[in-house]
Each structure stands twice: as structure tokens, then as C-alpha cells.
Design a protein around this ligand. Structure first.
Ligand SMILES: [Zn+2]
Length: 239
């Protein structure tokens, strides 16, 4: 009798557990999946705020529940990303993860040192003018190997040309840095990385009349960010 009672309790609690799980799944609605309508009603500044909120959830360990199956299904016919992020190839900078973003929310280009070239600009023009994204985020990060390579004047294969793109920011970085502008000083390397993001944003405006015009019409926002690989936090800034 006692055994039966205990067994019954176990079964009941198991069933309850299952019900709880299934109830949670059922209550998980699709309200926070990005749709055409939601994007149409968002201003560029609100999208930037969504990025700030997502990064805060990431640093606090308070991520939204993954719904990969629903996300894949919802985006199978069409995508409506609200932003494009241009960032570095660094393995410690997984863009969707650090912004707690779902599948279909972010266009992403990644090149070592987040350098800009005409192909990147083409991607940005596609993402915004043709596909409706309203935020361009150029994001550097701390302890960037490519930026350190630029500070070191590294020469190696195709990397020489790549780091030379970053070196263009060196003059401004050295003159505005308070301290030892030495390649072995990561405070300086991080400063150079940020200066390169600023330069890259101005390069976007200068080299892409399409994007410049969208920005002037306030149809898009072009913002800068620096991701701290030690804290997971992104510092956003305007240029
Ligand atoms: Zn990097």
C-alpha cells in the first residue's frame, strides 16, 4: 500500500513535471519573432536600443529562450533582418550570440579587423536599400589581433594589405591617446581599434553615396561599437 502510494506520488509528480514542461512550451508564443510589420514600425534608434538590450541580456546571463525550429520555419520563405553588423572574424565575437539575436534578425559581414572594402559596402547597400535593414553597426573589439598587427606593422602574405587598411587610423590614434602608444600596450591597441571603427564609418559615408543618402534621410542609422572580450559588453558610440 505504502509502496503503491509512493509509486503513485512519483508518477504524479512526473506527470506534473511533464505538464509543466509542455505548458511552458505552449505558452511560448511567437510574439518576439521579428516580422515585416514589427520592423516597419521600428525607428533606427529603436533598433539600436534593441541591440543594447540584447547585449545586456547576454552579459547578465538572461538570454531569451532559443526557438531555433520556429525561427527556421518563420524565415524559410523570406527574411526581414533589421540590421547589418560588420565585425571581426575573431572567434570570441559571435555576433548573434552577444546580441541575443534570433535567426533572421541580423545580416552579418565579418573580416579580420572589421576592415571595410567595396564588397562589404555592397553587402551594406543590399542589406539596407534593397532588404530594409535600418541599422548599420560597425563593431571592433578589444585585443584584436588584426589591429595589433597594424600597430606592429606586420608583414605576412595577404595580411600586409589588410593591416595597412587599419594603419590609416594610426595617426589619429597616436595623437589622441594618453599614454604609451606601443603595440604591446593593449590599452593603445584597443584605442586604435576604436579609432579604426570611426574611420570605417566615415569611409562608408564617403565611398557609398547610397548609404550616405539613406543616413541623411534618417532611413538608417550608422553606429559604432566596441566589444569587450573580457566582459562581453558592447560600448556603443556615434561618429
Ligand atoms: Zn579582431
Amino acid at each position: 500500500m505504502i509502496i503503491a502510494l509512493i509509486t503513485g506520488l512519483v508518477i504524479s509528480s512526473s506527470l506534473f513535471g511533464i505538464m509543466q514542461i509542455s505548458s511552458d512550451s505552449d505558452s511560448e508564443n511567437d510574439d518576439d519573432l521579428l516580422t515585416d510589420e514589427i520592423r516597419a514600425n521600428m525607428k533606427p534608434a529603436e533598433i539600436l536600443q534593441a541591440f543594447k538590450d540584447g547585449n545586456q541580456r547576454f552579459t547578465e546571463g538572461n538570454l531569451r529562450r532559443r526557438k531555433f525550429v520556429k525561427e527556421v520555419s518563420a524565415t524559410s520563405e523570406k527574411q526581414t533582418p533589421y540590421a547589418i553588423v560588420h565585425s571581426c572574424i575573431d572567434s570570441r565575437v559571435p555576433v548573434e550570440t552577444i546580441f541575443d539575436a534570433r535567426i533572421g534578425e541580423i545580416f552579418s559581414t565579418r573580416l579580420a579587423g572589421n576592415v571595410i572594402n567595396s564588397d562589404v559596402l555592397g553587402g551594406m547597400e543590399f542589406a539596407t536599400s534593397l532588404s530594409g535593414a535600418k541599422l548599420i553597426l560597425v563593431m571592433g573589439h578589444t585585443r584584436c589581433g588584426a589591429v595589433k598587427g597594424a600597430a606592429d606593422s606586420a608583414e605576412f602574405g595577404h595580411l600586409t594589405a589588410l593591416v595597412n587598411k587599419i594603419k590609416v587610423a594610426e595617426g589619429e590614434a597616436k595623437s589622441s591617446f594618453n599614454g604609451d602608444a606601443d603595440p604591446n600596450n593593449y590599452a593603445y591597441v584597443d584605442h586604435l581599434a576604436k579609432e579604426y571603427v570611426k574611420l570605417a564609418i566615415n569611409q562608408i559615408r564617403k565611398e557609398s553615396p547610397v548609404l550616405k543618402e539613406l543616413e541623411e534621410k534618417e532611413a538608417i542609422l550608422i553606429a559604432g561599437g566596441m566589444y569587450n572580450i573580457g566582459t562581453g559588453k558592447v560600448d556603443f558610440f556615434e561618429v
